[in-house]
Ligand binder design. Sequence first.
Ligand code: GLN
Ligand code: ZN
Length: 746
Amino acid sequence: MNTPTSVPAKPQATALGYPRIGPNRELKRALEAHWSGRLDAAGLEAAAASVRSGMLDDLSVLDTVPSGTFSLYDHVLDTIVAVDALAPRHRRETELASYFAAARGDEAAVPLEMTKWFDTNYHYLVPEIGPDTEFDAKPAKAVAEFLEAKERGLDARPVLLGPVSFLLLAKASEDAPAEFTPFDRLDDLVPVYVELLAALREAGAALVQVDEPALCADRSEAELAAVAATYRRLTADTEIVVAGGYGPFGEALPVLLEAGVAGIALDLVRGRSDLEALEALDVSRETYLLAGVVDGRNIWRTDLANAGADIARLQGISDRVGVSSSSSLLHVPVDLDAEHELPAALIERLAFARQKLREITTLADPDGARAARPQAPDAWRDDSVRSRLAALGADADRRIPYAERQAAQAERVPLPVLPTTTIGSFPQTAELRNARAAHRRGLMIDADYKARMKAEVAAVIAEQEKLGLDVLVHGEPERNDMVQYFAEQLTGFATTAAGWVQSYGSRCVRPPVLYGDVTRTAPMTVEWTSYAQSLTEKPVKGMLTGPVTILAWSFVRDDQPLSETADQVALALRDEVTDLEAAGTAIIQVDEPALRELLPVRAASRAAYRDWATRSFRLATAGVRPETAIHTHLCYSEFGEVIDAIAALDADVTSIEASRSKMEVLADLDRANYRSAVGPGVWDIHSPRVPAADDMAEALRLAVAALGPERVWANPDCGLKTRRYEEVRPSLEGLVAAARTVREQL
Ligand code: GLN
Ligand code: ZN
């Protein structure tokens, strides 16, 4: 064991990374101006420099600051550039043009694929690496940003995304042989990192932070051996602190230490098991240990007493302890002081990025006050929800098996085989957005706004009747966002004025804050659905967002397990489902597009997640009679680890993204014993292309071959809100025609 040699030195305050879109989304505006041709490259660079400068202003309260965590679009794309691995199809005349070609595509080339970053709602660009991808060190950005910080007199620590994570996050380029994986190229990439590190040392960097978030996931023996070899080489000449940020390093922890890293940045919010693991290891007292006690993923104030205790434990292990955020602060909004409408009791409990930096400096100050976090006020508690949930118990499932429900539903709503429908939203036209903005600013009174939205519903219903769809939707024009719309009507939620968080590139989201017990005070959607139904003889689906997705896209209270919070949301939705049913709605769709997103990074935690996530969905939906159909919608392409969960939702119909994976998901669902109906998306709505009716018919034939005609629905991949009517009309016409063609051939 390690015995302290002296009084612990004052810990250094730092953070692993910082929001980079600007406190008022300045970068977003500059990017959009640049893309539309209103701002030239120099103008964009000036805006970016000002955002970087603001980041350093904020970070300068720390003892040491991360440098290089700014990005014009995405830090994984920055890494692609740093190792010079841009695909040939994205190479343009200028570096900036190449960068945006890779990020967004242009007439000449499709962009890189985008996918979710670990269990967050941030999306990164997926590097395409092949056996022949050439790597070369391009340290310009990292060096320039380091010097920017240094010239201000800041003690800066450059941050790079590490080679192991970079390759594990990559996908094989299209021309690669089937057995190739990008990770095979590690030996070729490491020398490039050696050069990048050398350039940073030459610029004066004494310590470099290398992010290896992929080590927060389960890794094979072979991968860990490669980690060991990699870090032996990288640490030969450079002092490196390795950061994860998305849970414990687990088995990678001793591997990194033995490889000779100077330090480890620990995620002590989600990866607390690393603390005990470290105490059991023989760690040199020289090891730089960053205590990531301030949550980089959520917006609650830190319990400074608990955090102080963790810091003290690390000081029992090492003489070089720092205080930090658990991950980059990228995932939280910039400044709580921009919020003027939030209740005082909530403000007192929140910390955005700037406030978190203050918490870090307080914790690093041996004389800083370390108050425990106060309990939530009584007013945030609602015992009626808790007792209702307790009374419902664990068993809230549907009583009748799918086959019998299906018969009852078919009798209630007779439909042709291969019924056609859409996922819910119709195009959000500029006119709708303007009306919403005017209403929000108080320039349009409630009654006018509502009338405008009702007119839109009527137009959407007429549109669908004309197209000949079988099951209609009201189009969701009244919803600003599929989570916020519900958050605004439920108790226990608050919405922020400026709590923007980068989702990808210039796109930001403003997650609601779920702070207290959740209840529904009045029906939230019934009026809209009933109005739509009053306009047509065809069935109109009710449309709700599921409990898991509501949690995934909010900042959620961390004083009780997510499962309990999910059940409260589910109970509120259950009441809504009941009211929709009572109003005569025969089909109710509960969307869970984020079911995959919250899946834990480590396999060991996944079963528990699948249990509570699917239970909360059933709690929300299973209160209906057998003849009422429950639909759900999921949209992402990696179903593997949640395929059993999809079956466990026990929905009557699941519409699912399938057009890009060529219907492969159907065989997977079958293996997972999924027996109800499926609407495999036959139109990839993420592309502006109008799909050919023949292609959609072919996709439907594949689905019919896999599932039998009785279990197949015809629908797009996702909602249509981002599409224009010019694309939607011909595409849906084709979809209806395709269903008809295949029907006739049965
Ligand atoms: N019903 C929602 C819509 O159609 C679903 C959105 C989603 O899957 N993300 O927009
Ligand atoms: Zn979707």
